[in-house]
Design a protein around this ligand. Structure first.
Ligand code: URA
Length: 209
């Protein structure tokens, strides 16, 4: 079973409180998502391999450890996942970015893919799927499934808030995927919103309703 990690660093908890607050405006909300994504990138990359290199300090020869050229890809699920990309790229500047667009069919309530675009070398990269809200898990599961069907390796899912229902759905469907979240909330309400949550992440990021 993949890891399920709640990244509860004090700075993350602090910023999450302001993110959830309904009085936080669009500009602040976007900045908070950006900062939280950078903090999550730090936790998510804790296991990336290092290699030893020789350097010279002004004083002597020395050995240092550097990231071992790992090839990463970020895959935001449109549209709210887009808000997490720049914050992640601050720490992972060589990552490439693909996009998956999904909408929920009003009749079947199942996610339908309307956009799919991946970097050319995507099958060689370890992929990190981004979606701020893991609610039912329907979109995350559909995105991970699409990536697998195209021969890719989605190894991590990074969200700001998860509901237990969504975590279970992803673990059941894709047990090898590690899930990282900033907070695990109580449940979903009858409209599929996470409780207490933060409302609609896309609307709050882009000022839409
Ligand atoms: N998507 C959101 O943006 N918010 C929720 O609470 C659930 C799904």
């Amino acid at each position: 079973m993949g890891r399920f990690v709640v990244c509860d660093h004090p700075l993350i908890q602090h910023k999450m409180t302001f993110l959830r607050d309904k009085n936080t405006d669009t500009k602040q909300f976007r900045e908070l998502v950006d900062e939280l994504s950078t903090l999550l990138a730090y936790e998510v990359t804790r296991d990336i391999p290092l290699e030893t290199v020789k350097i010279e300090t002004p004083v002597t020869e020395a050995e240092g450890r550097v990231v071992a050229g790992r090839m990463l890809g970020l895959i935001p699920i449109l549209r709210a996942g887009l808000g997490m990309v720049d914050g992640m790229l601050k720490l992972l500047p060589s990552a490439k970015v693909g996009h998956i667009g999904l909408y929920r069919d009003p009749e079947t309530l199942k996610p339908v893919e309307y956009y799919f675009s991946l970097p050319s070398d995507v099958t060689e990269r370890e992929l990190i799927v981004l979606d701020p809200m893991l609610a039912t898990g329907g979109s995350a599961n559909a995105a991970i499934q699409s990536l697998k069907e195209k021969g890719c390796r989605p190894s991590k899912l990074v969200c700001l808030i998860a509901a237990p229902e969504g975590v279970k759905a992803v673990q059941d469907a894709h047990p090898e995927v590690d899930i990282f979240v900033a907070a695990l909330d109580k449940c979903l309400n009858d409209h599929g919103y996470i409780v207490p949550g933060l409302g609609d992440a896309g609307d709050r990021l882009y000022g839409t309703k």
